[in-house]
Write a new protein. Structure first.
Length: 178
């Protein structure tokens, strides 16, 4: 999205406050399990992770902790704890986050720095697949969504950062740092 159309941080926060992402909602947990399950399948118990962009109710972090992981939280609006960005992790998870990034390349470089060698980055975002349907695509109508990705974009990103990449389910990508 052209930066002239970006919302102010205050306007963004107002929209995020309207989201109903209840960590105790079984439907929301099922939705997040699309990323959590394949990521957990690749991690040893006790792995340390970061829920990057966790929002006000860090449901994914709770799910990962229930499976034996240790999870730190970061969100610029709801958990703005910069010290967690000074560490390295076995995994970083970004569920419904990367479409909000005003400077995606810089953030992906930061995510790379946050991962230990052999670490995993799990990303869940709705991939843009059909240009002819873009104008009416529900995902682009959220004014906080400023950048969109295709699987090919993710493959380019993996290649440029030297990561391997898997797409275990629709709209979920797992990257591994060598």
């Amino acid at each position: 999205m052209d930066p002239v159309h970006w919302l102010t941080p205050e306007q963004e926060r107002e929209i995020y406050d309207l989201h109903d992402n209840d960590p105790d909602d079984p439907g929301y947990q099922r939705f997040l399990s699309r990323l959590a399950t394949p990521l957990l399948d690749r991690l040893p118990e006790g792995s340390r992770g970061l829920d990057f962009g966790c929002g006000p109710g860090p449901a994914l972090a709770r799910m990962m902790e229930a499976a034996g992981m240790r999870v730190s939280l970061y969100d610029p609006f709801f958990h703005p704890e910069p010290t967690v960005l000074d560490q390295c992790y076995d995994f970083v998870a970004c569920t419904e986050v990367v479409e909000h990034l005003h400077r995606p390349h810089e953030v992906f470089l930061e995510l790379n720095r946050l991962m230990k060698p052999g670490g995993w980055l799990g990303v869940m975002t709705c991939f843009q697949t059909d240009d002819s349907k873009f104008a009416n695509w529900h995902y682009r109508r959220d004014p906080t969504h400023v950048v969109f990705y295709r699987e090919a974009t993710m493959a380019w990103l993996a290649d440029s950062l030297g990561w391997t990449m898997e797409v275990p389910v629709k709209d979920v990508v797992l990257f591994r740092k060598p």
